[in-house]
Design a protein around this ligand. Structure first.
Ligand code: GDD
Ligand code: MN
Length: 384
């Protein structure tokens, strides 16, 4: 069955590309050299404009063209370009993979040229480049050109990347060169990650002209830019260390624990401020009632900070928030009771000095709280 053995996989990430997707699929088909069995993988993030459905319908209506399959990966929510590409790659069966945009910025006419270059130079990665003789950009405003130039400069100077257009979203590679690599797949820059994390692979660049899209709009926004800086920073810090080793695991664990304790300390301040505020001028509540408000406020602020900062959890669905908040408050209360019991036990039965007993009890309660919340509230593995 030829159909199940594609040589070439083309990854087409889509988010709100209803006006482009079918025509780009067709133009790609026209440009793939005859005799090369190809699969096109559309990775759609549940586009509100129905892109995913349009492709499904298109696929079910066309006659199966020999040597050509189209697969659609439907993801639940918008999760970023790089992660969509990575998802496509993980499902790709071809030995060669082409990554490109679905908005006609990347001319499919370049694909046969890429394949030619693979053959001619026996290389592992071919980058379609805007920043070399013969390459160009059309239709971008100065601001966007400048941003791209700056990002490119950062990659070259900061990470020592030699490729002329490391920001390109149009490239092809032999699937085996990324075997065993771990990707962050943050933001837009999956190519940059591949360039930094692979060792000693043979790279060629060929020029092309990037044409700004005619239909639909760019999804690049401020969060993409923030993700870029994050991703450069991580690549810089970890260098070519792509395998998760014990060391980086323990660093991750410790830094999360440190954040968790910092949040705890901030909660203490919130608790104190709110409790005194409610007993004094503001409401003149009975101090026990005031303290209840203080406790609720500090648990809530701790929860929010730990969710966003400590555990970097980005799922803000109401259901999730409620269940996490419930667990978090439960563990906080258990922690408080354990702490109280331990202080009493240490002072009463072992004559430990009160400050010392307090410090150890807080330490132990905070640490077990960290473990419980890491594992059960935010569903992380304990180690990694
Ligand atoms: N599935 C999915 N999920 N697809 C996405 C997402 C996402 O979160 N965000 C963007 N896409 C798809 C778009 O539908 C499009 O096909 C492609 O990814 C590129 O997105 P654009 O929003 O059109 O990017 P751009 O044109 O501003 O940026 C281009 O230039 C950069 C170089 O400066 C792209 O080619 C980038 O890949 C490239 O790095
Ligand atoms: Mn685009």
């Amino acid at each position: 069955m030829l159909q199940d053995n594609p040589k070439l996989s083309i990854i087409l990430p889509t988010y709100n590309e209803s006006q482009n997707i079918v025509s780009i699929i067709e133009l790609i088909r026209e440009n793939i050299p005859k005799g090369i069995h190809t699969e096109t993988i559309v990775v759609d993030d549940n586009s509100p404009d129905g892109t995913g459905k349009i492709v499904d319908e298109y696929v079910s209506n066309i006659k199966k063209i020999a040597e050509n399959t189209i697969n659609v990966i439907h993801r639940k929510t918008k999760n970023g370009l790089s992660s969509a590409i990575l998802n496509g790659i993980q499902n790709a069966k071809g030995e060669t993979i082409v990554v490109m945009d679905s908005d006609f910025s990347h001319p499919p006419q370049i694909i046969p040229k890429m394949i030619e270059v693979f053959k001619q130079y026996h290389c592992d990665l071919v980058v379609a480049s805007r920043y070399m003789t013969g390459g160009n950009i059309q239709g971008w405003p100065t601001k966007r050109r400048l941003m791209s130039k700056i990002a490119t400069l950062i990659a070259k100077k900061g990470l020592g990347v030699k490729t002329k257009d490391p920001m390109s979203g149009f490239f092809a590679f032999k699937k085996n060169v990324i075997n065993g690599l771990n990707f962050d797949a943050l933001g837009y820059k999956i190519l940059l990650e591949i360039l930094v994390k692979t060792k000693g692979i043979n790279i060629k660049e060929i020029p092309y002209t990037f044409e700004n899209r005619k239909l639909g709009s760019s999804k690049l926004d401020i969060s993409t830019i923030i993700d870029y800086f994050k991703s450069v920073w991580r690549l810089y810090k970890n260098g070519k260390n792509n395998t998760i080793d014990e060391k980086s695991n323990s660093i991750k664990f410790m830094s999360k624990a440190a954040r968790f304790f910092t949040v705890g300390a901030s909660g203490f301040i919130v608790n104190y401020v709110i409790s005194t505020l409610f007993t004094s001028g503001l409401t003149e509540l009975w101090y026990v009632h005031a303290n209840i408000f203080g406790i609720i406020a500090s648990i809530s602020s701790n929860f929010i900070l730990n969710k966003i900062w400590t555990f970097e959890d980005r799922d803000f669905s109401t259901k999730k928030i409620f269940s996490q908040y419930g667990k978090f408050s439960l563990f906080s209360s258990i922690g408080a009771i354990v702490q109280l019991g331990m202080v009493f036990w240490l002072v009463d039965s072992y004559d430990v000095l009160y400050p010392l007993a307090l410090i150890s009890a807080i330490g132990i309660a905070a640490f077990s709280n960290f473990i419980l919340n890491k594992k059960l509230t935010f569903k992380e593995k304990l180690w990694n």
